[in-house]
Write a protein that binds this ligand. Sequence first.
Ligand code: TYD
Length: 212
Amino acid sequence: MTGLFITFEGGDGSGKTTQIARLAAALRAAGRDVVTLREPGGTVVGEGVREILLDPAHEELSPMAELLLFTASRAQLSLTVIKPALDAGKIVLCDRHADSSVAYQGYGRGLDLAMVRAINTWATGGLVPDRTIVLDVEPHAGIAAATPHTADRLEREAIAFHERIRAGYLEMAAAEPDRIVVVERDATDAVWSGVLAALAPVLARAGITLGA
Ligand code: TYD
């Protein structure tokens, strides 16, 4: 059995968690071994790095330090958890991966896109998802979903930052149509059928059919 690496991307509050939980349940019901992970985090080291990254007190964090911290968490997760799980034939569902750094630190912060990609290729040992779903949502609608007084450091950024990220994801999807699929986030049921349709080809290759 071949492993399958599926990632979910999108702006803050785009509803990734709900879709990942539903997909994990459906795949488990189909008898597959599923691992769900999130970034930053997913390892003891990564959860520590996550606290540093999301703490609103760390306003002074430079874009490059931010990139390297996200990527450090990803290196740990990719090499010690994701790759071994894929080698064991499991399906790995990850809430964000390297595309988040291209979108947030590249398009959002303005760091050089080629550099962000190169650092990530090095840090993950060249790991690339089999398929990536971008849940697309209007930035203001998405961010409003987060409770304002508990908003983390990145959620507090200006709307223009989140608009650059959204445009970045759409550009990335247009550049890699065979891997990255955009699913509009409107009514919940439409999102789930969009996710199923986007995954159908890779799931079929792994011998899996999921009904709506
Ligand atoms: P999280 O609470 O996991 O948010 P979400 O539910 O939106 O995924 O916080 C992760 C935040 O970190 C989110 O604002 C996106 C941002 N981020 C980056 O800026 N770069 C990255 O490489 C990753 C993985 C996340």
